[in-house]
Design a protein around this ligand. Structure first.
Ligand code: CA
Length: 223
């Protein structure tokens, strides 16, 4: 896993980094809230380990800011704060688990594995492609973590494209799989919905994800 550790205490930071690397992870560290938050926003991590008592602001703010920006990277709080109130507050604001210091390194790894299993089980419900992300359960669409509202038809079309990326998809296939009807060459509604969807995507990004392939259909381009 690719892990971000936000911890100002150099001895804890060094220990956690060593333990995680020893377990085959790659680790990025930050020693303050500001840097940690920017790292978590700009890069994709599999997990964040967050201290609460940071020099510039409390880890609570970091967690809240990230969740407010729809960054849902799994997060484990590692803190000396033992009070139940604090733990409850952190779990409510979006942390996945809470481990108090001093901690046992085996317990840290076991808790991280448990978070990973839970997030993988939920992972099937999310699709992403570059700056685009779809939550299939909540039926929500985000571009660069900004929510974009879609109609039902647009959402179904986008979800189908994202599941079937980088291949040619014909209008017949879209009619059958997205609308569950037989394709009728007399109508133009698939092109219309594609143009609506394309327009909504292009309002938020310069990338043209939907490629029109002449006489064949469409391809959803995703690196
Ligand atoms: Ca601290």
């Amino acid at each position: 896993m690719n892990i971000l550790v936000i911890e100002d205490d150099p001895s804890v930071r060094t220990l956690v980094k060593a333990v995680l690397e020893h377990n085959g992870n790659s680790v990025t560290t930050a020693d303050n809230a500001e840097d940690g938050e920017s790292e978590a926003v700009e890069n994709e991590f599999d997990m964040v380990i967050l201290d609460l008592g940071l020099p510039d602001r409390n880890g609570y703010e970091v967690c809240k800011n990230l969740r407010d920006k729809n960054i849902d990277t799994p997060m484990l709080i590692l803190s000396g704060e033992q009070e139940t109130d604090v733990k409850v507050k952190m779990l409510k604001v979006g942390a996945d688990d809470y481990l108090t210091k001093p901690f046992n390194t085996e317990e840290l790894i076991a808790r991280m594995d448990a978070i990973k299993r839970r997030s993988e089980a939920a992972g099937d419900k999310q699709l992403s492609c570059g700056e685009l992300r779809v939550d299939l359960l909540k039926r929500e669409f985000y571009i660069n973590n900004e929510k974009v509202s879609l109609t039902n038809n647009e959402f179904n079309l986008l979800a189908y494209f994202m599941k079937n990326r980088n291949r040619v998809i014909t209008q017949e296939e879209l009619a059958e799989k997205v609308w569950d009807i037989h394709f009728d060459t007399q109508t133009n509604y698939i092109n219309v919905y594609i143009s609506y969807l394309r327009k909504k995507i292009r309002e938020h990004t310069d990338v043209d994800y939907i490629e029109t392939i002449r006489k064949k259909g469409f391809a959803f381009r995703c690196e």
